[in-house]
Design a protein around this ligand. Structure first.
Ligand SMILES: [Zn+2]
Length: 160
């Protein structure tokens, strides 16, 4: 028997001024999506923006439904938007931000399990790691190097 230890490191920026101009622009695009979210039930708004390898940016926000299971997360809307428009161009960086209308959340929220699986799919599809920038209702920003850090031992096409 062998015990395998797996962990990961991520960066914490005090504010967006510490980011590169490219990343700051991307996070700004995500923040701009917050008021466009359709979240009448939860009041939990998610804004997302993805930068592709050709430097284009596609955005998304969460879309809720009275039939709750049909709700769609903002980061998936952004990724699907990008994939539908430029299926052959790899996503490079994904910025995600949140704002809860009911309470102030200062710690960046990371993607739900379903979104992690979807991010992993696009990373594998293009054989290109996707960096993830996370921000909540404060200046602090987390940077995750790749989805493999958030979804270790993930299920993927290699099993099929
Ligand atoms: Zn999600």
């Amino acid at each position: 028997m062998e015990v395998v230890k797996q962990g990961f490191e991520y960066k914490v920026y005090q504010d967006a001024q510490e980011l590169s101009l490219e990343d700051r622009t991307l996070m700004d695009s995500a923040v701009e999506q917050l008021p466009k979210a359709y979240a009448p039930y939860s009041g939990f708004h998610v804004g997302a923006a993805v930068r592709l390898a050709d430097d284009s940016i596609f955005v998304g926000s969460n879309q809720e439904n009275a039939s709750y299971p049909l709700c769609m997360c903002g980061e998936r809307v952004a990724l699907y938007n990008a994939a539908a428009n430029k299926p052959d161009v790899a996503p490079i960086t994904l910025a995600i931000t949140i704002k809860n209308q009911k309470l102030k959340i200062t710690t960046p929220a990371s993607p739900c399990g379903a979104c992690r699986q979807v991010i992993a799919e696009y990373a594998q599809r293009h054989n290109q790691p996707i960096r993830i920038l996370l921000k909540a209702d404060s200046d602090e920003i987390f940077e995750i190097n790749s989805i493999e850090d958030l979804l270790p031992l993930g299920f993927n096409a290699s099993f099929l």
